[in-house]
Design a protein around this ligand. Sequence first.
Ligand SMILES: [Zn+2]
Length: 168
Amino acid sequence: MNAEQYIKTLCPFCDGSIEFPADALGQRADCPHCHKAIVLGSVEAPAQTEKALSTLNQPPSALNQMNVNQKILTGVALLGFFVTVCIAPWERITYSEDHKFLAKTTVYSPVWEQPSKQPDNPYIERYEYRLLWSPLLGTWIAIGVLFTGSFFLLKNTPSILEFLNKKR
Ligand SMILES: [Zn+2]
């Protein structure tokens, strides 16, 4: 008449699947895979599966969604941005000792030029520095456009690192 019912469960230690008769629920037994003592039915298989699935379905972070090539590209773009900040064009305006305007020169980052330094020439009173925004912004826009375009082109491309490894 009533066939014996079986329950499926997973071993909490080794995740091996175990099937046991329903009337043994809650009894102690040894796992057939790892031989550790377990309580039958203490971990329900469906619950375990659902938990595993929910971890799998978690949305990956933006960094995880990028492939290796896109990560390298992002690094190069950030480095390029940093370099443009370091060698940004500035306008150096020179004034004479009687406060008259003398000359305008373009210098690349007065950080390297030490703008606080007193001019060597006694005829020159001071230097003034002004950041040339337009070429700097133009460079940033160019980097941004190149970066965005390349980023989408690199989607689903084979990793450059693997390619280099195979070549060796
Ligand atoms: Zn086990």
